[in-house]
Design a protein around this ligand. Structure first.
Ligand SMILES: [Zn+2]
Ligand SMILES: [Zn+2]
Length: 445
């Protein structure tokens, strides 16, 4: 083959480039499939691993509740400064939004939450929480460390980025409405897609699990005050007993799901709070109960809400009591279902499969838990997945929100590399999609 033939062959190959994994799932034939492997190798380097572990332990020692993540935020900004990554601050009180890449379109976001929980850590270890009554028991300290790890990988490979990666360090996931505030601040304007992860103590390390469609339930809270008439416990005929009325209300509430909901449409109603009375021999004036309700569709959710109110007021009336019901409608108390975009699911299977092997990327059963990542998914295509942490040889890990919750830091390279690969490859593939449609457009001319 002569020189010009070689040149024209190379030209043709370049013109059509590697095919997009959006349209062709067998991405192994092109360079795209190498990105996740390269990034994982990079994330496993001892310098990067130790650095992530150090950051996580520092945050773990100083847990901060929603919208109070001032020191956490400062630490994040100090690390971004060291890496030379520009950012906006403050966004949603303590949030930090970083930028890596060309500064232009397309934009893809990767997100970590930063807040801790109001609970006492019971794990005795060197880096135990130093703040009494506060603990990182959901792994958000690990999420921050892994997103910073991803930032390091991406900054190191910034010349390869065909657009801009937005780093979202979000405050107040645990019922504070942090995601909503980040959206309201305009941080995600022009963003084409967003990815998020959560550590999972019950899934093997080196695995990632998720699914298309709903993965987390929508959740709401309710509180009811049931009022009767207080009096002497030995003379009940002179009182209207709100303790008995509330007890009947709770039993009746349990019939909504068991008797009225489709058994194939998972729903939950739980009364988790019961407050009333203070003495053994006094019937109180009123009792306050409260709890949560969960469902995967808006219709089921709204039906539960309607029936909870009806059952509480109706059943209280049977017992001659009055009831008022409050549903806390502001976003910090109501999370929509977490629903994964179908196209992004296919994309995730490709990227995670290339990194971990397809046998380590598994289908996830939907969970009744909820995530405020769902707010992002209501405005832009979003994808959320669980990152395994379990290592059989090291004993069972407690579930999140347990005072004995522990993190397996060996999961960090996988989390950081998945974040970075999902973002970097999205930009490359998005760019190709655009250039392919551009070319078609010109061909038609
Ligand atoms: Zn949590
Ligand atoms: Zn969490």
């Amino acid at each position: 083959m002569g020189f010009f033939k070689w040149v024209s062959l190379i030209f043709i190959l370049n013109l059509f480039g590697p095919r997009s994994a959006f349209s062709d799932s067998s991405s192994t034939s092109n360079g795209l499939s190498e990105i996740p492997k390269r990034f994982l190798q990079y994330a496993k380097k001892p310098e990067l691993f130790d650095w992530m572990v150090g950051i996580r332990r520092k945050i773990h020692e100083n847990p901060e509740l929603g919208f109070e993540e001032f020191e956490t935020s400062k630490l994040i900004r100090a690390e971004l400064d060291k890496m030379g990554i520009p950012y906006n601050y403050p966004v949603a009180v303590t949030g930090v939004i970083g930028f890596i890449g060309t500064g232009g379109a397309p934009f893809v976001a990767i997100r970590a939450d930063m807040d801790a929980l109001a609970m006492q850590e019971m794990v005795e270890w060197e880096h135990k929480s130093r703040i009494p009554g506060k603990m990182h028991a959901c792994g958000h300290d690990a999420h921050v460390a892994m997103l910073l790890g991803a930032a390091k990988i991406l900054q190191e490979h910034r010349e390869e980025l065909k657009g801009t990666v937005i780093l979202v360090f979000q405050p107040a996931e645990e019922g504070g409405g942090g995601a909503m505030k980040v959206i309201d601040a305009g941080a995600l304007e022009n963003v084409n897609a967003i990815f998020g992860l959560h550590v999972a103590p019950n899934l093997p390390v080196g695995e990632a699990h998720s699914r298309a469609g709903p993965i987390g339930a929508g959740s709401g809270f309710f509180e009811a005050v049931i009022s009767g008439k207080g009096g002497h416990a030995a003379i009940p005929q002179h009182s209207v007993d709100p303790v008995l009325a509330a007890s009947n209300v709770i039993v009746s509430l349990q019939h909504i799901v068991s008797r009225e909901a489709d058994p194939l449409d998972p729903q939950v109603v739980t009364v988790a709070r019961f407050q009333g009375g203070g003495a053994f021999n006094v019937i109180p004036d009123s009792v306050t109960i409260g709890g949560t309700f969960r469902a995967f569709s808006k219709e089921s959710f709204m039906r539960l809400r309607h029936r909870i109110k009806e059952v509480i007021t109706g059943q209280a009336a049977v017992q001659r009591c009055n009831a008022t019901v409050n549903f806390f409608t502001e976003e910090k108390n109501f999370f929509p279902p977490t629903v994964n975009n179908k196209g992004l699911h296919e994309y995730f299977l490709d990227v995670a499969g290339d990194m971990l092997g397809t046998h380590r990327v598994k289908d996830l059963k939907p969970l009744m838990g909820s995530e405020d990542f769902a707010f992002y998914q209501e405005v832009i295509p979003g994808y959320f997945f669980l990152l395994g942490m379990e290592n059989g040889t090291r004993g069972r890990l407690e579930s999140s929100h347990s005072p004995y919750f522990r993190i397996n830091e060996d999961a960090f390279p996988y989390g950081a590399a998945l974040h970075a690969s999902l973002a970097a490859r999205y930009l490359l593939e998005f760019q190709q999609e655009v250039s392919v449609s551009d070319r078609n457009y010109h061909d038609e001319l």
